[in-house]
Ligand binder design. Structure first.
Ligand SMILES: Cc1cc2nc3c(=O)[nH]c(=O)nc-3n(C[C@H](O)[C@H](O)[C@H](O)COP(=O)(O)O)c2cc1C
Length: 212
């Protein structure tokens, strides 16, 4: 039964992009952040932080910063068809402003001790600076999305507004070592979005062949 419910929650979660103005109470937000904080993390560093934004004026300032960047990009597209495509895409950048709460998922970019140890041993591994921390906070975001769904709340993981990442960091006073992984608008919703397609399992699976 547990498996059935887990899979149902995973499979029925949708990215919600239209919200009612109804407020979300603080207890619900704490439940979401508690779920996020129970995600696995690199060496259990839990190198994340969640900024809860409810203030409409600050949301509007962030939306203006994103809009300015959109305009700048538009000005630099010469091809009409490409500009139309981009303009159509911009609807995916701005809807966060309508949500009663926007959660900013941050991660620390500072190196975990293990990478210092590797560096001292002269091990040239790939640049792990952000990799493990970004995966960790992404897992936290997925916990948050699934919990929101189980609570009847709509949410969407968003990275496209980070077109204005420097401005957003300034507005929210986000400093080193924190970086923004994603923003997650949260709210009640009226209409469940249609499910979008998923690749068939056989398309995303590759079984290592047995040794010859
Ligand atoms: C890292 C990441 C970034 C995303 N950024 C955006 C975004 O900026 N705007 C948006 O509308 N959706 C965004 N999405 C949501 C995806 O479009 C969505 O998950 C995908 O289309 C599948 O739909 P579903 O979540 O309803 O299953 C993002 C999802 C992920 C995982």
């Amino acid at each position: 039964m547990f498996l059935e419910e887990l899979l149902k929650t995973i499979k029925e979660r949708r990215s919600v992009r239209e919200f009612t103005p109804e407020k979300i109470d603080d207890e619900a937000i704490r439940t979401l952040i508690d779920a996020a904080g129970h995600a696995p993390s690199n060496t259990n560093r839990q190198a994340w932080k969640f900024i809860i934004l409810k203030n409409d004026k600050i949301k509007a300032r962030i939306a203006i910063a994103v809009k300015k960047k959109i305009e700048k990009v538009k000005e630099n597209i010469e091809d009409d068809a490409l500009r139309d495509l981009f303009v159509n895409y911009t609807k995916y950048l701005l809807f966060f402003e309508q949500a009663p709460v926007v959660i900013f998922a941050l991660y620390k970019t500072a190196l975990p001790f293990v990478d210092h140890v590797y560096a001292r041993a002269g091990l040239k591994t790939r640049d792990k600076r952000d990799h493990s921390e970004l995966i960790s906070v992404s897992m936290a975001v997925q916990n948050l999305l699934l919990t929101a769904h189980a609570m009847g709340l709509g949410a969407c993981c968003m990275t496209s507004p980070l077109i204005a990442v420097a401005e957003i960091k300034k507005i929210l006073d986000i400093r080193i070592p924190f970086e923004i992984a994603a923003l997650i608008p949260i709210g009640k919703y009226e209409k469940e979005p249609e499910p979008v397609g998923r690749k068939k399992i056989d398309k995303i699976i590759e079984i290592v062949p047995p040794e010859l």
